[in-house]
Design a protein around this ligand. Structure first.
Ligand code: URP
Ligand code: ZN
Ligand code: ZN
Length: 472
């Protein structure tokens, strides 16, 4: 099958030109001016941006959490992602305490296999990592293509791991070309504050935010970076939400420490005041870290512009308002943490970033696709438009406007955090490995089009580890 995309403005993280793209099978085979080649399908991309498919490096499909399960599974969630111009997700498999990493990975393969509309990889949420299990981590990195691991400093008794475990995992990741993703929040202190709040009878959704101060996140970021430096590894901070945390990250990066971070649309567009919404509506925005005071948003945009923040992922973890969020009706600490977003990321960031003149169009591509591909071992197969790369391509209309609404979105959740937001910049046609999956806004793919991605190891040049220094 040959597909020719003609007359588009091709934009990558580093290019911006008018040209035609030939796709043969799943890959891009030729790029040039005015290609005169017979093809089975010709897509006219006049007046359109032709950009690499989005990569969302942080989603939770079909995830048991907070006494329920996230409402999108791999079928519904990846279809919604495709509608939004995302052609790769990296989701999180979870190791239960005491469980082998292989078994955990098998469970997530079974959830996704034959269901996904777009390609997907897995990070592994690691809940315990004694020395006797480190060989499993190595096997995941080298044989299974799971080259990143998420560790939690939050949720004591559920997901939290101690500093020794974090250090151990980081040291192994550093040696083996893996990467530790850190949920950086001081969960032990947060728990003290939550217990105090509940004793005082503070029960409403807004107390979710008030019990998770920005300093708790900043402390987590600072500690994660210090542990990574001692362990001789890079670190990737997930869902960074505020200025206090960004400041710690920036200080480390200024010293040449390989510390990376993502932020999410919710921290760029929503703020603390959403928790004040009446009739328990504030529960829709209960996510972790919580929404912050509005002034943090511009600081995060500056972080994105200056490359202190490298990526925008969604932390898509939807729970329906009608039943799931209600689990915390009388107690904010029982509201399932997380919100939807996988479908809206590209348009939100294009509108807030490029249209509103905070970043240029190359940086838009970089933070929504290319940087994640590089950080997580998918580049240059994903994250760019080049000969030999997978033909994951979005024909993006930079002028079209749309109103975001739960009435029209495709995510399996009964509300949208950005309800009523007007955005300019809409994906019209989306190709996943050469196959058109969205055509003029309509889904034309099928369940199971997406494949599992084995990711490569990554080398992020950390300084010498403490272990290596001992051996000198
Ligand atoms: O509220 C959130 N973020 N839910 C998903 C779990 C996590 O910490 O990423
Ligand atoms: Zn997290
Ligand atoms: Zn998450």
């Amino acid at each position: 099958m040959k597909t020719l995309i003609k007359n588009g403005r091709v934009v990558t993280a580093v290019d911006d030109y008018h040209g035609d793209i030939l796709i043969e099978g799943e890959r891009i085979t030729l790029i040039g001016e005015k290609l005169d080649i017979a093809a089975d399908k010709i897509i006219d991309a006049k007046d359109m941006l032709v950009i690499p498919g989005g990569i969302d490096a942080h989603t939770h499909m079909d995830m048991p959490f907070g006494g329920t399960t996230s409402s999108d599974d791999f079928e519904t969630g990846t279809k919604a992602a495709a509608h939004g111009g995302t052609t790769t997700i990296i989701d999180f498999a979870i190791q239960n305490k005491g469980q082998s990493l292989y078994e955990a990975l098998d469970t997530w393969h079974a959830k996704a296999q034959g269901k996904a509309a777009i390609d997907y990889g897995f990070h592994m949420i690691t809940t315990d990592m004694p020395r006797t299990r480190l060989h499993e981590m190595k096997k995941l990195i080298h044989d299974e293509g799971v080259t990143s691991f998420k560790l939690f400093m939050a949720y004591p008794g559920v997901l939290l791991v101690d500093d020794a475990t974090i250090f151990r995992a980081m040291a192994t990741a550093g040696e083996e070309g893996g990467l530790i993703c850190m949920h950086a929040e001081n969960g032990v202190v947060i728990n003290e504050i939550v217990e105090h709040a509940l004793e005082k009878g503070y029960r409403a959704p807004k107390y979710h935010a008030l019990t998770r101060p920005t300093k708790a996140e900043a402390e987590g970021v600072n500690r994660a970076i210090a542990l990574a430096e001692m362990a001789g590894s890079a670190v990737y901070i997930v869902h960074l939400s505020c200025h206090d945390a960004l400041k710690k990250l920036k200080e480390a990066r200024d010293e040449g420490i390989p510390a990376f971070a993502e932020t999410c649309p919710q921290y760029l567009f929503l703020d603390h005041s959403y928790y004040e919404r009446e009739d328990f509506e504030g529960a829709k925005y209960v996510m972790t870290p919580p929404l912050r005071e509005k002034w943090n948003q511009e600081e995060l945009w500056t972080g994105l512009k200056m490359n202190d923040l490298q990526t925008v992922s969604t932390d898509h973890c939807p729970f329906c308002f009608a039943d799931q969020k209600q689990l915390g009706k009388d107690d904010f600490s029982k509201i399932p943490n997380g919100g939807p977003g996988v479908e809206n990321r590209m348009s939100l960031i294009y509108n807030g970033g490029v249209v509103q003149n905070r970043i240029n169009v190359n940086r838009f591509v970089e933070i929504t696709s290319t940087a994640a591909a590089k950080i997580f071992g998918l580049f240059p197969r994903k994250g760019t438009i080049a000969v030999g790369s997978d033909a994951d391509i979005v024909i993006f209309n930079p002028n079209k406007k749309m109103k975001i609404s739960a009435e029209t979105h495709h995510m399996r959740v009964d509300f949208n955090c950005y309800e009523g937001f007007e955005v300019q910049g809409v994906p019209e046609t989306v190709l996943s490995r050469g196959k058109v999956v969205i055509e003029n806004g309509k889904y034309v793919g099928k369940k199971g089009d997406g494949s599992y991605l084995k990711r490569s190891t990554v080398q992020h040049q950390a300084k010498e580890s403490t272990f290596a220094r001992l051996a000198r």
